[in-house]
Ligand binder design. Structure first.
Ligand SMILES: [Fe+2]
Length: 181
């Protein structure tokens, strides 16, 4: 056989990341839920790119988390159409990174938009190598990014665990024409 086509090259594409802070945020209830679930279920711990503790998708139907997503959509819509297409929340799970836990370089190519809601303050920053950007976790800080963006975290060097909720969303078919065949 012989190649009919063989094209290997870098192409430029646009990408995005938005982050903002909720005022007077209290993540205590979310943290309690994550820690409670992790007491009885360690199925996801150290099994994914999160080299730490991870729950199943326990926040998909959580009213407080859904309210945060709605408020985020309202806030972001003044700046970008990122969350304006109808979408389905496809993942929403808790993570806890204790001392020594880290996150491997990865991307969420299975989704359209990915994000994280930080519940605690931590010096274990999230790094986006393609953007050369470090983001410091603070309670109530939420990030939304193009799911193809790579990200990672070096090991947590503090005794204080980092808690967060990670989420992915998919645009509904037909809502964002560029994304469907
Ligand atoms: Fe991730």
């Amino acid at each position: 056989m012989k190649f009919a086509l063989r094209i290997e090259k870098e192409i430029k594409r646009s990408t995005c990341l938005y982050g903002f802070d909720f005022d007077n945020f209290d993540g205590t209830d979310f943290i309690e839920i994550i820690d409670d679930v992790l007491k009885n279920n360690n199925e996801w711990n150290y099994k994914s790119n999160v080299k730490g503790k991870r729950t199943e998708n326990i926040f998909l139907e959580n009213p407080s988390f859904k309210a945060i997503m709605t408020a985020s959509k309202d806030y972001l819509s003044a700046f970008t159409g990122l969350l304006n297409p109808e979408y389905t929340l496809s993942d929403a799970y808790g993570i806890r990174l204790d001392r020594g836990d880290w996150t491997a370089n990865h991307r969420h190519g299975q989704a359209n938009v990915s994000g994280i809601l930080y519940l605690t303050s931590s010096n274990q920053k999230l790094f986006f190598p393609e953007l050369k950007l470090h983001v410091k976790p603070e309670p109530g800080r939420i990030l939304f990014w193009d799911s193809l963006l790579r990200h990672e975290s070096k090991p947590n060097l503090e005794d204080k665990p980092k808690h967060a909720i990670v989420f992915n969303l998919h645009y509904a078919a037909g809502q964002y024409l560029e994304y469907i065949s």
